[in-house]
Design a protein. Sequence first.
Length: 258
Amino acid sequence: MLTAIFDGSLDGFLSVVYSCYYDKRPYDYVYEDGVYQQQLDSDYFYVPTEPARSVRVMEAIGKRVSQDAQTNVCYCCLANDKERFTSLLRYVRLGFKAGAAADNYLQDPHVLKVHKLVQYVLREAHLLTGFCRFKETKSGVYYASISPVNNALPILAEHFRERLMNQPWVIHDTARGIAAVYDCNDYRIDPVKNSPHVDCSDDEARFQELWRAFFDSVAIKERLNKDLQRNLIPLRFRKHVTEFQNNSPAFITQAPRL
């Protein structure tokens, strides 16, 4: 068996596809460096990231498969699944043979997995567009923290660049130690080694208290629906949501008993 190891980036995966075809290495498995366990019956090759090669492969996917396939490749790379790149490679190889019809081969477990992972990434990113809470800092920059299961930060950065284009902001993924920084022109995603200390402005602290007081005042204790509340705002999002950060009696913050 042949196993490809790379840096885990989109360009890196596309470089693996290039190596598969031009270096004549039909990889059986593809793993991100650092998240795999070596096996005795497999040969391992580290594939360096080559941006020029990745551009050629992405263009080939668009021409020989479809633009939807290009989108699926981009989003699937953001999923939190260590087997995603193996399924993605087989999805791309099938696409080069079958063309755009490859997306209809849902009986193929790898095609089905790619579609499920893409939907999972998009669903979580969509939820975060509503749960992302920005705080005004004393410097005037708006800061928001998230800790999603998947790497939804690139999708969120694109979303808020269009909606907060005149306001500098930072979205910090505390789970991965990266942050999207926007300066009113464009954004970049940089690594963040330590959690920054955020000094909220005086107005921000006051509005947070008003927001919590509003949620407490409109809640009707006799009509609290814990199951519905957990469906609308899952527990894993709540540590970053303002109204759940003061143990408000109007909301349930503890995990349900299993």
